[in-house]
Design a protein around this ligand. Sequence first.
Ligand code: NAD
Length: 363
Amino acid sequence: MGLEFHHETLGQRVLFGSGKAADNVAAEVARLGAKRVMVIASEFEAPIAARVTAQIEVALTHHDVVQHVPLETAERARAAAAEHGIDLLVCVGGGSTTGLAKAIALTSGLPIVAVPTTYAGSEATNVWGLTEAARKTTGVDPRVLPEAVVYDAELTVTLPAGLSVASGLNALAHCIDSLWAPRVDPINSALAVEGIRALGEGLPKVTANPSDLTGRERTLYGAYLAAVAFASAGSGMHHKICHVLGGTFNLPHAQTHATVLPYVLAFNEGAAPEAARRIAQALGAKTAVDGLNALRAALGAPTNLADLGFAEADIPLAVELSLAAIPASNPRAVDAAGLTELLSAAREGIDTRAVAWAERAAS
Ligand code: NAD
């Protein structure tokens, strides 16, 4: 069969270098000719933002950041940007902070320079998300893709070990889910596989020594590849489930991804042999599930959704909302019974090898 695909690459400048964030941000602000910069960072991220923006003139600093971008938070930030005549948004922080900058850009068209401090990857996608009345809505819009991303691994050394692991596994989920997402193609698959390799090498170094810059750099590089692959391939089954768990049940984003990933991988592994082979190879393991289990064990990854606040009574609604969103292209057909089993197992943290559906898929 001939090789045939349609691939779109999103245009964005990426400046990567440890200890270089302040210089690179100043250079981007100058290149874009910005005069009225709004710096967005949560209160926890404020000290990092102060370092990173030390060389630029700041018209407004905004700290009102809330996870999953509630609409009222977005509206307050949009009003502040308009009131101060802002011409550039510089966001310094995790996915929640980037998400708030995107919410402003969505209605104003203002350019963004993103300085990520976690491995969430929102900075490399044209996807926005807003939460209203306990429902998270996402959409795609070219206006929300940052003009430039400034990566500096030194900014991630303060990320606590637990959050580093969860966030890194969130990035790994971008890679793995990309391999069976609706717009999977050879280019985004190549990026995803290289992302898995980089994260598989970087994350154990980060947990062994959280201030090890080599591990942090490798993980940040993997997180960028993960996000580019995800932006290109689209959301697969894993992301659709996590999106419901975050938006409707307010579960923490990175930890939820880290917990659900082994269950979706075990569910799909038998029906997606080529993806499974490449994941296993990138993790240096015999099978994809073995590779992920070994990595998760080495990292001390979160193991169950119950600890994150997901109640048994929440399962039926989570199943209903997820089923409506999971793409038909998922390698294995998903029904209410299968998804209930998956979410129950993930809630309780049952070993994926002990779940009946995992055995059925592999047989
Ligand atoms: P987050 O941004 O909520 O950050 C988690 C916590 O870590 C916060 O308290 C933050 O202040 C703190 N933190 C961030 N960087 C730190 C650092 N270097 N040192 C110490 N503390 C630090 O969490 P997240 O996982 O980065 O992002 C999650 C959000 O991003 C979700 O809302 C998710 O939907 C969104 N997201 C969107 C996309 C997209 O493409 N649109 C992609 C990925 C994630």
